[in-house]
Design a protein around this ligand. Structure first.
Ligand SMILES: Cc1ncc(COP(=O)(O)O)c(C=O)c1O
Length: 407
């Protein structure tokens, strides 16, 4: 059915589309309908199932009729479990009115930006980053100030870069550690150095996206800004959720801890958009946070061995280089030397997007191009996949690359 001729999108959507990652996933699924050998290394979600105790808590919530509207930004019981989590894992004390729950960390981040940004307000975003940040900032009426962080500096924002980027219009610094897509981790020393700069600019808040907290291989303990710089805690919004830690991406529960004024403003946005997150998912999230935590460790160990496998394999591909990430479940491979080869240019493979299209259509391996994250010339490979899938994908990529290099 066609649309009526006068239809037009709002100007708010200019330049904003469906995320490239979702688009590639959809293209891979479409290809898989006619080819049963498609391997997708594009998804940003664990391939494990939600733990059984958590599933049962969800089933129990249905059977006990926990199926009505709940408190707007989370039930008191879930907020209590979240407060216990912050206390137990991060040494952070929050009151109930300092917690907000939404339908995933994504909605929580959107609420923060919608509730706080006015036209002209700037958000500093180190890149490569999860590109959703940039589109969300734009939708919320703000301006993203991207700061490219190179592999040489561990893909981390330096205090000098931060100091040079601050302006009178800066509202937030948005940090994500471990990072999607690079796996870079900010240790306490890195955060302390950034905190030193932020101390001098009291108007600037810090959004700390800790969603990959538990997918961490770095031997140093996980660090987050509110705990590392307690004097800055009133200015920090700590965002987290159950999606990645407990393999609960479909349940849609994310949360934030912040000063009550921020939480109240976020609640206004949520109240006029989606209202409470799913009542059943909230009950399951309580069990995830309060129940046995051993799955986190065993799954982290599985991810670590897959990381070693894929990074080692990528480094055997001609002209490809990949550093060992310290967290998350992505390898961020540098393809610039390969893309600079005249053999590829002659075949029309001129950038990371073209290379991904080649890998998808010729090798049946779905990968996300780095440009999507502000890292052109790189590819992001999710290793939330079985050893066999990883090995097969690497094998096919090797054959594909050799074919491209053949004259
Ligand atoms: C960096 C980052 N933050 C937040 C999210 C959102 O997680 P969710 O909305 O599933 O809680 C994602 C999901 O991919 C992510 O990669």
């Amino acid at each position: 059915m066609g649309c009526w001729p006068e239809f037009s999108r709002s100007a708010k959507l200019n330049g904003i589309g469906i995320s490239e990652i979702i688009r590639i996933g959809t293209e891979a699924r479409k290809l898989a309908t006619s080819h049963d050998d498609v391997i997708s290394l594009s998804a940003g979600e664990p391939d494990f199932s939600t733990p059984d105790n958590v599933k049962l808590a969800g089933i129990n919530a249905i059977l006990t009729n926990q199926t009505r509207y709940t408190a707007l930004d989370g039930t008191a019981a879930l907020k209590a479990a979240i407060r216990r989590k912050f206390q137990r894992e991060n040494g952070l004390d929050y009151a109930e009115n300092e917690i907000s729950v939404g339908a995933g960390a994504k909605q929580v981040l959107f609420n923060i930006l919608m509730a706080t940004l006015d036209p002209g307000d700037e958000v500093i975003v180190p890149t490569p980053c999860w590109t959703t940040y940039l589109d969300m900032i734009r939708l919320a009426g703000g301006t993203a100030t991207v700061v490219p962080c190179s592999e040489e500096t561990g893909f981390r924002l330096s205090p000098e870069q931060l100091a040079a980027t601050l302006t009178p219009r800066t509202r937030w610094l948005l940090l994500n550690s471990p990072s999607n897509p690079t796996g870079a981790v900010y240790r306490a020393s890195h955060l302390a150095a950034l905190g030193e700069v932020l101390r001098a600019v009291p108007r600037v808040g810090i959004i700390s996206d800790d969603i990959y907290e538990h997918v961490l291989y770095d031997p140093a303990p996980f660090a987050t800004m509110a705990a590392t710089c307690p004097d800055l805690k009133p200015r920090v919004v700590t965002v987290n959720g159950v999606s990645k830690a407990y393999s609960m991406t479909g349940w849609r529960v994310g949360y934030a801890a912040a000063a009550p004024e921020v939480i109240t403003a976020m609640a206004i946005v949520q109240s006029q958009s989606s209202s409470n997150p799913c009542s059943i998912s909230q009950a399951a999230a309580i069990e995830a946070l309060d129940g046995p935590q051993d799955a986190i460790t065993s799954r982290r160990n599985a991810f670590r061995s897959r990381r070693d496998r894929i990074v080692t394999g990528l480094n055997t591909l001609p002209h490809v280089h990949c550093t060992m990430p310290d967290g998350a479940f992505y390898a961020f491979a540098d393809m610039r030397a390969l893309l600079a080869r005249p053999e590829l240019k002659r075949k029309g493979i001129i950038d990371d997007a073209a290379l991904c299209r080649y890998f998808l259509h010729e090798c049946h391996v779905a990968i996300v191009p780095g440009f999507c994250f502000g890292g052109p010339g790189y590819l992001r490979l999710s290793y939330a996949a079985s050893d066999k899938m990883i090995d097969d994908a690497l094998e096919r990529m090797k054959t594909g690359v050799n074919r491209l290099l053949a004259v």
